[in-house]
Design a protein around this ligand. Structure first.
Ligand SMILES: [Zn+2]
Ligand SMILES: [Zn+2]
Ligand SMILES: [Zn+2]
Ligand SMILES: [Zn+2]
Length: 168
């Protein structure tokens, strides 16, 4: 046996690198994202809030109170994955005051915030929809920083944060 072939097959190394904590909480697939709310590792299919507990139950419980604070239109906070490493999160809340706001009428300002996190060897891209209501919009720079700090804590280890502004 030659020693030079040692790099070719290492099945034990491959399986041990995907440890239990990187398994989806709902099934046995590899976890591809982490829920910003419950911090559980989830596969692409189970990443949306309605697809895993306890977030699905929480959504059910909160359904009555998840309405725009201005007009009362129900809002549906959601998150989804578009690929193994790209995830979107839309909380439908104002980043300034934390209240729910509807998309059509009472989101005065909307921007995307991208947070890149590292999970093992892989970089994950979380794109948050950051909204501001009419009242908070003038203070969005301050609120934005506060919101950023909160989101960074929620997202875990942050390698880089990038802002994209949509100016009206
Ligand atoms: Zn799953
Ligand atoms: Zn969750
Ligand atoms: Zn509204
Ligand atoms: Zn607000």
């Amino acid at each position: 046996m030659s020693m030079s072939t040692s790099n070719e097959t290492h099945p034990s190394y491959v399986t041990s690198s995907v440890n239990q904590s990187r398994r989806c909480h709902e099934c046995n697939e590899e976890a591809l994202g982490r829920c910003p709310d419950c911090k559980r590792g989830l596969c692409q299919e189970h990443f949306p809030k309605q697809q895993h507990s306890p977030c699905a139950e929480k959504q059910m419980r909160l359904a009555q109170s998840q309405v725009c604070y201005v007009c009362g239109t129900p809002v549906y906070p959601d998150q989804w994955s578009i690929s193994k490493t790209s995830h979107f999160v839309d909380q439908f809340t104002c980043a300034g005051c934390g209240r729910y706001i509807c998309d059509e009428l009472h989101t005065h300002r909307k921007k995307d915030m991208v947070v890149i996190t590292r999970e093992g060897l892989r970089g994950h891209r979380y794109q948050y929809v950051v909204r501001y209501c009419d009242l908070c919009s003038p203070f969005h720079r301050i609120g934005g920083l506060k919101g950023l700090a909160r989101l960074i804590v929620a997202a875990g280890t942050v390698a880089a944060a990038v802002f994209f502004y949509f100016h009206p």
